[in-house]
Write a protein that binds this ligand. Structure first.
Ligand code: XBP
Ligand code: MG
Length: 250
């Protein structure tokens, strides 16, 4: 789906797409924050799969409290504290090296660069979580920095609202027809499609069974997106530039 002749920027979702952050970081971090706050709550994977339908960690907490019949508005401040604690735990987990980039991510970003295609980040997670993932797991891969970063604090409505994608396009000064998105969830797919972008879905731990009918491509791993970028690699290899480029990145 990524078309070297047509696309100028590929916009990546973060959670589930660049790394399996939900199961490796967010879920254990929520449970650590619940224990610290003495709430007596504990989320298991199957609870979390359902709760993930609500984008945004704080919104997810509110929904859970409402489902339990708690008076959510009066809990708001306490839940905000729990959410901040959750994100502190996310950063600690990421710093421990427990959240690597998904297979193929590094190769994909490098292949994009060789094809003169920029990459960007469109997530509705908190900026602190993106910063922690970048610092701990992505920057060490020695990949180029993203051309645009949109996070949860930049928008008033989270995915599936298209606002985050619309903002990324505005910041890039590019029309949707020059870009495409890589997502892992139905909420993300709808957000990108509503902003006019073609979407490749990479299946992830929690969303693999969702409906992706509106996607242009559905793959199991990011590595499956590499062949579309390979012709340029081959051309570069033929004229000798490929090995020089690889050396330059090491
Ligand atoms: C990301 C999310 C986030 C994370 C938690 O959505 O749903 O809520 O689970 O992050 P997407 P925060 O992958 O669609 O961008 O707690 O920082 O909200
Ligand atoms: Mg996602």
């Amino acid at each position: 789906m990524i078309s070297p002749g047509r696309h100028r920027c590929v916009l990546f979702d973060v959670d589930g797409t660049i790394a399996e952050t939900e199961g490796r970081a967010h879920l254990p971090a929520f449970n650590r924050a619940f224990a610290e706050a003495g709430l007596g709550w504990c989320w298991h994977k199957e609870d979390y799969r359902r709760l993930l339908q609500t984008a945004g960690g704080f919104e997810r907490l509110l929904r859970f409290a409402e489902e339990r019949g708690e008076d959510a508005p009066s809990l708001r401040e306490r839940l905000q504290q729990v959410h901040r604690a959750k994100n502190r735990h996310v950063a600690l987990i990421m710093q421990s090296g427990a959240v690597p980039a998904r297979d193929g991510f590094q190769a994909l970003v490098r292949a994009l660069e060789k094809n003169h295609i920029a990459w960007g980040v469109v997530t509705t997670t908190s900026r602190a979580n993106w910063d922690a993932l970048w610092t701990s797991s992505l920057a060490p891969l020695r990949i180029p920095a993203p051309a645009v970063i949109v996070c949860g604090e930049d928008v008033t409505a989270k995915k599936p609202d298209p606002q985050a994608y619309a903002l990324a396009l505005a910041r890039l000064s590019l029309p949707a027809s020059d870009c495409c998105a890589i997502e892992d969830s139905r909420n993300g797919l709808l957000a990108a499609r509503l902003a006019g972008l073609p979407v490749a879905i990479v299946k992830s731990e929690f969303f693999a069974d969702e409906c992706f009918d509106e996607a242009q491509q559905v793959v199991d791993e990011l590595t499956a997106l590499l062949p579309a970028l390979a012709p340029a690699d081959r051309q570069l290899a033929q004229n000798g530039a490929f090995s020089r480029t690889m050396v330059q990145f090491r």
